[in-house]
Design a protein around this ligand. Structure first.
Ligand SMILES: Cc1cc2nc3c(=O)[nH]c(=O)nc-3n(C[C@H](O)[C@H](O)[C@H](O)COP(=O)(O)OP(=O)(O)OC[C@H]3O[C@@H](n4cnc5c(N)ncnc54)[C@H](O)[C@@H]3O)c2cc1C
Length: 382
């Protein structure tokens, strides 16, 4: 019998664990190395959206100008912390160069295909029964706007989405209100993307980890990859702070921390950490449909047993520091759209954050120079 391929995955976020799931199914002997003790970061605090509708990459015309104009507002949903960081300057310049209409037009159908594939893989995992019920729900996504400026911009995206065959409809004010029943909503209208779905990331991650451990995947928490040794196109040795591995394949799923690891391989990967926050409310809110509050860029998701309010794209380096003013801004924005929802001070104080691995362009495929390097990249809010 042929020996199983030894595959080492760096990072136990959603990319690392899902890669482990599929590689294990393909017969690899998988080890995942995770420097934290697990349970924190982007893969746990996200809004849980599976969004084929998000066809516009973050690197789009006007984004940098808008970002710079928001920088002085401590409550804005977008923030760049002024700092001397050469990697950040290089990334920002490349991001700016990618933010053209031509590049967006080229990227949109590819993003759509990646998103549809990703969504269908969640269906596949659900149908396999491997994880039991991890709360995937297909209720679509509302993009709610209060001003014509945002409404008109989203209508253009919706037209494109329709051209791509995605199902979306426009809701007038009264239709939006009707959809919310007794829950008060202040919105001029919304685009309802029926193609989107959502899940509860904490449940998904816990069930995926449980399945992997039960099926012989080794997950080593509290172990950090430090360096590689390679010859020509092959990584021969991976050194961690606990030991040495000699894998046949390496999967890099280290999110916002990937730049430095990739540099060691003589490759360039421009990724910056885009920090986002979430506030979880464990009491009835009346919200039954996932929604993005467009002007505030806040994402709301009815999860399994709680409602999550998530938002902010903050470029302030790789750290988990929480800026309370920005978290409060999320709570204030929610009240402007859902006047009955009062997020308490304790809920604000319990907010968590995560780092989106934001690439300089819509998608980024590294030349396959070493044995199997794969990585995840984030391309859009939320
Ligand atoms: C507030 C918020 C809302 C979001 N909402 C959505 C959404 O609705 N839909 C969506 O698709 N996306 C959303 N995202 C983005 C999504 O969460 C991320 O794109 C995704 O979680 C990235 O997963 P990852 O596994 O690549 O990275 P991570 O989850 O960051 O995992 C990387 C892991 O690698 C580990 N690691 C790093 N370096 C090393 C090393 N040297 N050795 C060992 N381990 C290492 C880290 O500790 C970390 O655990 C959101 C993100 C945020 C913050």
């Amino acid at each position: 019998m042929a020996e199983k391929k030894k595959t080492l995955i760096i990072g136990a976020g959603v990319m690392g664990l899902c890669s482990a799931y599929y590689l294990h199914k393909k017969g690899h002997q998988v080890t995942v190395v995770e420097k934290s003790m697990g349970g924190q970061g982007a893969s746990f605090v996200n809004a849980g959206y599976l969004t084929p509708s998000h066809i516009v990459p973050m690197a789009a015309p006007g984004v940098i100008t808008k970002g710079l104009s928001m920088m002085l507002n401590p409550k804005s949903p977008f923030y760049i912390k002024p700092r001397w960081d050469f990697d950040f300057f290089k990334w920002a310049w490349a991001f700016h160069k990618s933010s053209t209409k031509e590049k967006v037009d080229r990227a949109a159908p590819i993003i759509k295909d990646i998103n549809l594939l990703s969504s269908s893989l969640y269906d596949e995992i659900k149908e396999s029964g491997d994880l039991g019920d991890f709360h995937p729900e297909k209720k679509g996504l509302l993009m709610i706007y209060q001003t014509d400026k945002y409404g008109d911009a989203e209508k253009k995206v919706a037209l494109k989405a329709k051209e791509f065959g995605l199902e979306v409809s426009h809701l007038e004010t009264d239709e939006l209100k009707k959809l919310h029943g007794d829950t008060q909503i202040i919105g001029k209208g919304a685009l309802h993307y029926f193609c989107d779905s959502h899940t509860t990331p904490t449940v998904f991650m816990a069930k995926m980890k449980e399945y992997l451990l039960k099926n012989g995947v080794q997950i080593n928490y509290g172990e950090a990859v430090l360096k590689f040794e390679y010859t020509n196109t092959t990584i021969n040795k991976v050194q961690t702070d606990k030991g040495i591995y000699h894998p046949d394949n390496v999967v890099l799923a280290s999110g916002s921390w990937s730049n430095d690891l990739v540099k060691q391989l003589g490759l360039t990967l421009q990724v910056q950490a885009g920090k986002g926050y979430c506030i979880d409310v464990h009491r009835p809110t009346g919200i039954e449909l996932p929604a993005i509050l467009m002007e505030a860029k806040v994402a709301i998701t009815p999860m399994a047993g709680f409602t999550r309010f998530a938002g902010t794209m903050e470029f302030s380096g790789v750290n988990y520091d929480i800026n309370v003013v920005r978290v409060e801004a999320i709570a204030e924005a929610v009240k402007k759209f859902y006047p009955d929802i009062e997020i308490t001070q304790t809920e604000i104080e319990n907010a968590k954050c995560g780092l989106r691995p934001v690439s300089r362009m819509a998608y980024h495929i590294l030349e396959k120079r070493k044995n199997s390097i794969i990585f995840s990249l984030q391309r859009a809010m939320p």
